[in-house]
Design a protein. Structure first.
Length: 427
């Protein structure tokens, strides 16, 4: 498994941790690289985010090799095998510990500022890093968390060697790891971009999470079989308690209801009290033929049929969120006579593929495009000129087509949330 960057790894890891949502967890990221991963996990699970400061103790003259780790609260974990193999004496160990203790204090102050730690007493705590090499730092983090009163400790990482995962089974109540390759040499080999995470990014993400406290309402989540005109389509329906509206996601080319990007946006909508239905508009056999993802009329018809099925089940104002060709399908369907859709949002979409139907759309429409996605941005500008409904084009500065840049997808989610809340939820 190869991850593009830490944000993508966090999105994928969040999918493997969704079974913990009902336990009201706290997510802790190991600095520096673990925090960008933990941020995505916390956002997807609707959980508070904090940092767990642990310092690796590196062998002198071979700093990448850790012989142990220390953590807040005086926790100390030492690998006696590595100490013996590296021929470290007590004075060597003491010198390294002394230096790392000073750095631990500095980091804790810099990352949190004057904010208090998130209370862990009696909680399920998910400790997240961007990967594991020896596991000493992760083991120390788990011990720190237990010392702070956690009732259950889950260690979650994108990648680690099998032997490290096995050892850590005694440090955590549960270990979630997406990939355990036997040919493991370094965590960075499993990322396309494994550039160092600066302190400033850690501070920014923690401050952003603290400024946007989690107010996640109780939700009902279920896998459903959607009747789309006699064709059964697989879907995931999430209903927050007291939901004021529902948003149906129309996935486009190269995407599905499992898309981590759309799931991340959907989770933000759920936290705002909006229900979501993510479904595949094509069967697995149909997806094998690339031409089907550009059959906009067929996709639009299935989206309309799926929405009719949903309305028979849940009587709520409805909006559509479309990505890529899914956005074209949403606008095509919204241009049908009698379409009762309250709002449409397009993320990196191809509204131009809706053609002449654009002029017939009456639902308020928001087009979101990355500032560096020049070709799609031009197509959206042309399509916007054809719309006769209330509409707006929002450009996310510095973002490319998939909104993979730090903060880009969060901005998409915020824009979509505000648009749907404004147009679907009664005052």
């Amino acid at each position: 498994m190869l991850f593009t960057h830490r944000a993508e790894a966090g999105e994928k890891l969040a999918e493997a941790l969704r079974h913990l949502t009902g336990e009201d967890p706290v997510v802790l990221g190991l600095p520096r690289g673990g925090v960008p991963v933990a941020y995505r996990v916390a956002r997807a699970l609707g959980a508070p985010l904090d940092v767990i400061v642990v310092r690796k103790l590196g062998v002198p003259h071979h700093r990448e090799l850790g012989f142990g780790a220390i953590g807040e609260g005086g926790v100390r974990v030492i690998s006696e095998d590595i100490v013996r193999g590296s021929r470290l004496g007590p004075q060597d160990i003491e010198a390294v510990e002394h230096a790392e203790e000073a750095e631990l204090t500095r980091q804790a102050t810099k990352f949190r500022g004057d904010r208090p730690r998130v209370p862990l007493g009696g909680r399920t705590v998910i400790v997240v890093d961007d990967g594991i090499a020896t596991g000493a730092t992760a083991a120390a983090a788990c011990e720190v968390v237990r010392a702070q009163g956690a009732a259950r400790v889950v260690l979650a990482v994108p990648v680690a060697p099998p032997d490290a995962v096995a050892r850590l089974g005694s440090a955590a109540d549960e270990v979630v790891c997406l990939a355990t390759p036997h040919a493991f040499r370094a965590v960075g080999e499993w990322y396309q971009d494994f550039s160092q995470t600066p302190d400033e990014e850690v501070v920014f993400l923690l401050a952003r999470a603290a400024a946007d406290p989690v107010t996640r309402p109780p939700v009902q989540a279920a896998e459903v079989e959607v009747d789309a005109g006699g064709l059964v389509l697989a879907g995931d329906l999430v209903l927050p308690e007291g939901a004021g509206a529902v948003v149906v996601f129309a996935h486009g080319s190269g995407s599905s209801r499992h898309s981590p990007r759309n799931r991340s946006v959907a989770a933000d909508l759920n936290r705002a009290g909006l229900a979501t239905l993510l479904l595949d508009l094509l069967t697995p056999d149909e997806e094998a033929d690339r031409a089907n993802v550009f059959d906009i009329e067929t996709l639009a018809g299935r989206l309309a049929d799926a929405t009719a099925w949903l309305r028979r089940r849940e009587s709520l104002p409805t909006g559509w969120f479309g990505a890529s060709t899914g956005a074209a399908a949403a606008l095509w369907a919204a241009g049908e006579t009698g379409a009762e859709i309250g709002a449409v949002v397009s993320r990196g979409g191809r509204p131009d593929l809706a053609g002449a139907r654009l002029a017939a759309v009456r639902a308020p429409t928001l087009l979101i495009v990355g500032g560096r996605d020049s070709t799609v941005l031009d197509l959206n500008r042309r399509a916007q000129r054809e719309l006769r409904c209330e509409n707006r084009l929002e450009i996310v500065p510095g973002a490319t087509h998939l909104f993979e840049e730090p903060g880009a997808l969060e901005e998409v989610a915020g824009l979509a949330r505000d648009w749907f809340t404004r147009h679907l939820v009664p005052p």
